[in-house]
Design a protein around this ligand. Structure first.
Ligand SMILES: Nc1ncnc2c1ncn2[C@@H]1O[C@H](COP(=O)(O)OP(=O)(O)OP(=O)(O)O)[C@@H](O)[C@H]1O
Ligand SMILES: [Mg+2]
Length: 229
């Protein structure tokens, strides 16, 4: 079965002042795929992610959503596409520091989904259990460890249950044991037909990535899996 493309960049270029960050970049994200983007610091990985998430304007090129050109879509339209379809795992977590874990998840789900309150409660219960964090639910985020926060940021993206997940260095602060658990969830996501765009310096994800790309000097090139990484 041909995998269906959900979002696609066609010859997208982007610069900040004089610095070229993306130069004629093509990239298609398909259902059921995990795409890994690598590259040195400052090469533009987060910028690429933000462009796909419709958070950052482009200088030239086109963006297609299910093969419809959405380059000219207004802010409201972009916001709607994002809300319905996209989840984020940010490197700096973006959690509400002064709320407890459980409150964080509740507020987040109220803001980012149209789920009903009893559904929210049930989902939170399920995922706290799945991520083995039930005993942390009444603790304020600011009191939790870095690794715990990162796991919560990941759990939150799972809870939101959107078709595209953007993850910018999602497991930088997580130990091997929990990373393995998270890789299993990524695999589960792929099986459900979701798309995962992962930015990571880590070779840890190479095995589950359908394709690996390297971003260097504005060019995005596919890494040859048979040869050198
Ligand atoms: N709003 C902005 N204004 C000016 N320059 C910017 C802006 N956003 C990013 N840049 C520059 O664009 C380049 C790419 O930044 P980006 O954050 O995408 O890199 P990155 O590959 O994600 O790096 P890292 O691995 O360190 O997270 C950097 O040189 C950065 O300084
Ligand atoms: Mg970055």
């Amino acid at each position: 079965m041909m995998k269906e493309t959900i979002i696609r960049l066609n010859k997208v270029s982007k610069k900040y002042h004089d610095k070229v960050v993306l130069s004629n970049v093509d990239l298609a994200l398909k259902h059921g795929e995990l795409i890994l983007i690598k590259g040195d610091s400052g090469e533009g990985k987060s910028t690429l992610l933000n462009i796909l998430a419709l958070l950052e304007p482009i200088d030239s090129g086109d963006i297609y959503w299910q093969e419809k050109n959405i380059s000219q879509l207004d802010i409201k339209g972009k916001k709607r596409l994002r809300k319905v379809n996209m989840s984020f795992i940010f490197q700096d977590y973006n959690l509400f520091e002064d709320l407890t874990l459980e409150e964080n998840l509740k507020v987040f789900l109220r803001l980012s989904t149209n789920k009903k309150e009893d559904e929210i409660e049930a989902d939170i219960h399920t995922y706290l259990k799945k991520f083995k964090m039930e005993d942390r639910k009444s603790i304020f985020i600011k009191l939790l460890s870095g690794g715990e926060r990162q796991r919560i940021a990941i759990m939150r993206a799972f809870l939101a249950n959107k078709s595209i997940i953007f993850a910018d260095e999602p497991t930088a602060n997580i130990d091997e044991e929990n990373k393995k658990m998270i890789v299993n969830y990524f695999k589960e996501w792929k099986r459900e037909g979701k798309v995962i765009l992962l930015v990571s310096h880590d070779d840890f994800y190479d095995d589950i990535a359908d394709d690996i790309y390297r971003l260097h000097k504005g060019n995005l090139s596919k890494v040859n899996r048979g040869g050198v990484k």
